[in-house]
Design a protein around this ligand. Structure first.
Ligand code: SF4
Ligand code: SF4
Length: 148
């Protein structure tokens, strides 16, 4: 899956539900194994849990036409699988929250705010620029001359 947490964590619900992420625990479209009914060795064998954990980034990226054609695919990777699953029942669908973040211009706004914060920080604390000659944030590069 595109979210790294899903490759490294196991969520165990109070009712015994085992799924890759706590935001997926109520997904009706999935038949998650239950730790009270199925031994852990079987859950870690062939199970819907392991099946979802084995999903690749490429499958998420190419899982639907919208993500495949999206200009933000290299940054978003299809977004949050839990958001997609809970909103549409399909974990390979676009994540509505990520779509709103990127298509609503929030990504660029965060970039701008981060850029300004970095510039102000480097004006107050120029040591890194003096040592290295330039600083970078995202796609931008800041030189000593631009900041001081
Ligand atoms: S909520 Fe989404 S981003 Fe967070 S761990 Fe779950 S799948 Fe990953
Ligand atoms: S912004 Fe939406 S459509 Fe674009 S890659 Fe992310 S989830 Fe897919």
């Amino acid at each position: 899956m595109s979210c790294g947490v899903l490759k490294s964590e196991m969520f165990l619900g109070a009712d015994g539900t085992v799924c890759p992420c706590m935001s997926m625990v109520d997904a009706k479209a999935e038949s998650w194994p239950n730790a009270f009914e199925t031994p852990l060795r079987d859950i870690l064998g062939e199970s819907p849990f392991m099946d979802r954990c084995a999903t690749s980034v490429g499958m998420v990226r190419d899982g639907n036409d919208a993500c495949r054609a999206c200009e933000y695919i290299d940054r978003c990777n299809g977004g949050c699988c839990a958001g997609a699953l809970m909103s549409s029942g399909n974990y390979l669908a676009p994540c509505p929250e990520n779509c709103h973040f990127f298509s609503g211009g929030w990504y660029e706004r965060f970039q701008e705010v981060g850029q300004r914060a970095l510039e102000q920080y480097l004006v107050a604390h120029p040591e890194p620029l003096e040592r290295y000659g330039q600083g970078s944030f995202g796609k931008s590069t800041i030189t000593v001359r631009e900041c001081l």
